[in-house]
Design a binder for this molecule. Structure first.
Ligand SMILES: *[C@@H]1O[C@H](CO)[C@@H](O)[C@H](O)[C@H]1NC(C)=O
Ligand SMILES: *[C@@H]1O[C@H](CO)[C@@H](O)[C@H](O)[C@H]1NC(C)=O
Ligand SMILES: *[C@@H]1O[C@H](CO)[C@@H](O)[C@H](O)[C@H]1NC(C)=O
Ligand SMILES: *[C@@H]1O[C@H](CO)[C@@H](O)[C@H](O)[C@H]1NC(C)=O
Ligand SMILES: *[C@@H]1O[C@H](CO)[C@@H](O)[C@H](O)[C@H]1NC(C)=O
Ligand SMILES: *[C@@H]1O[C@H](CO)[C@@H](O)[C@H](O)[C@H]1NC(C)=O
Length: 378
């Protein structure tokens, strides 16, 4: 009995070794060819190769009846190094000076922590928002890595007087993003952010404020869907990965339905219709007519070096859209010149088409994820 079995084992082992060796050699050869291809086709051109200067003018008329008192607010951690966000902050600072918006960078501090004792920094930031929204009739709250690419666009164009809080859906999935929102000074807004800051996060991979806002909105806007919200909550509470968080968010999106406007209070922009989008989804290419602000300009994900294998720029990686740093001393005069990286300017149609294609893919991903929810109900 032992004889035949061991020879079968030997045979299998030999076959396995041959295949393994074959596979290893193929992978190695493939890597070499791929590397040579990259090196030959893509020389080190990661800096902008040509300048595309555009004269920028103030477009905001302080005497127009459409003009509102708007402050731009970004809240950063006590220990945050602002240099990591300098591309975004420089563009935002120049934009604010050019168009005469107030721009405030607020750091978490001991003083703030006395007022906002949330342990999660993201939740603490929402408590700070609740306290700071009294400063202006409208506040545009932004993450520090959101920059302006077309400074001639105005925040006023995104105000909808019918709503206190205006949010948007992220482009590459169906998540309601907390990276930026536009809020009206009101008791509703204040209460919304104070209560949200105190919303208890489950002990799971919870997506922090981005995860929490989904269930918070569902409880606020669709309070009668108690059972369905509980079902979604159980997915949230047992999440161990981002894909679980996105499943939970799909679950909530099914409760919110296709309604995007919740009268007198909250509006949620469909993807691609708000003031900001991720830059990496079009490989940092942009168009002034389509784009206003871009999310994701952190120094650590800037494509600065050629990576060994991949010349492309993947998830969250971005390329510098500027050919030259913004001259801050000119901004407040109302006329300045921004030097763009000509390589990254695309036509309106190119960007629209790219975004439309991605939108359809995300729609398909959404329904695939919605189907996966079945596994939670056994
Ligand atoms: C790219 O630009 C930076 C500063 O703008 C410079 O320090 C660096 O040497 C440049 N790299 C190449 C490859 O030209
Ligand atoms: C501003 O004035 C124009 C015309 O005078 C009017 O059509 C518009 O509704 C006004 N807008 C606001 C926000 O009052
Ligand atoms: C900027 O706005 C302030 C009020 O917010 C106003 O006093 C000032 O005149 C404005 N500056 C310009 C150049 O319009
Ligand atoms: C924060 O303060 C409130 C009372 O203001 C208290 O009930 C709560 O336990 C505190 N939370 C933390 C994490 O210290
Ligand atoms: C908002 O709340 C304050 C203090 O609680 C109150 O005095 C004020 O009347 C409220 N404003 C509105 C518009 O309800
Ligand atoms: C910035 O603009 C000012 C005013 O136009 C000019 O004097 C200065 O030389 C510029 N700085 C740079 C670095 O180009």
């Amino acid at each position: 009995m032992l004889g035949p079995t061991s020879s079968v084992t030997d045979l299998l082992r030999t076959r396995f070794l041959t295949r393994f060796l074959g596979l290893s050699i193929s992978i190695f050869l493939f890597a070499v060819v791929f590397w040579l291809y990259n090196v030959s086709l893509h020389p080190k051109t990661h800096n902008a190769s040509s300048d595309y200067p555009i004269v920028i003018q103030r477009t905001r008329d302080m005497f127009s009846n459409e003009t509102r008192d708007i402050g731009i607010l970004t809240i950063v951690d006590e220990t945050a190094n602002l240099d990591d966000y300098h591309f975004a902050l420089d563009s935002m600072g120049c934009y604010a000076a050019l168009q005469n918006y107030s721009f405030r960078i607020e750091r978490v501090s001991q003083k703030w922590s006395a007022l906002c004792n949330q342990t999660d920094i993201m939740m603490k930031r929402h408590c700070m928002v609740a306290h700071l929204l009294d400063d202006h009739e409208y506040s545009l709250v932004i993450d520090a890595d959101i920059g302006v690419i077309n400074p001639e666009k105005l925040i006023e164009d995104y105000i909808d007087e019918r709503f206190d809080i205006i949010m948007y859906e992220r482009f590459f999935n169906w998540e309601i993003a907390m990276g930026s929102f536009l809020i009206k000074r009101s008791n509703f807004s204040k209460e919304f952010f104070l209560n949200f800051a105190n919303y208890e996060l489950p002990n799971s991979k919870n997506g922090r404020d981005n995860g929490a806002v989904h269930i918070y909105l569902a409880e606020l806007l669709v309070p009668l869907a108690k059972t369905e919200i509980q079902d979604c909550r159980s997915i949230w509470a047992s999440a161990t990965s981002y894909s679980d968080v996105f499943l939970f968010e799909a679950c909530i999106k099914l409760i919110l339905g296709s309604i995007r406007e919740f009268p007198t209070k909250i509006k949620i922009h469909e993807k691609g219709t708000a003031w900001v989008r991720d830059g990496w989804i079009t490989d940092s290419r942009w168009n002034p007519e389509v784009d206003f602000m871009i999310h994701g300009w952190q120094l650590r994900s800037l494509k600065s070096k050629k990576s060994f294998f991949f010349s492309g720029c993947g998830f969250a990686c971005w390329r510098n859209p500027f050919f030259r740093p913004i001259n801050q001393s000119e901004c407040a005069t109302g006329t300045t010149m921004w030097h763009y990286n000509a390589d990254l300017l695309a036509t309106k149609d190119e960007i629209r088409t790219e975004l439309e294609t991605l939108k359809i893919k995300v729609k398909r991903d959404f329904w695939t994820s919605a189907g996966k929810l079945a596994k939670y109900f056994r």
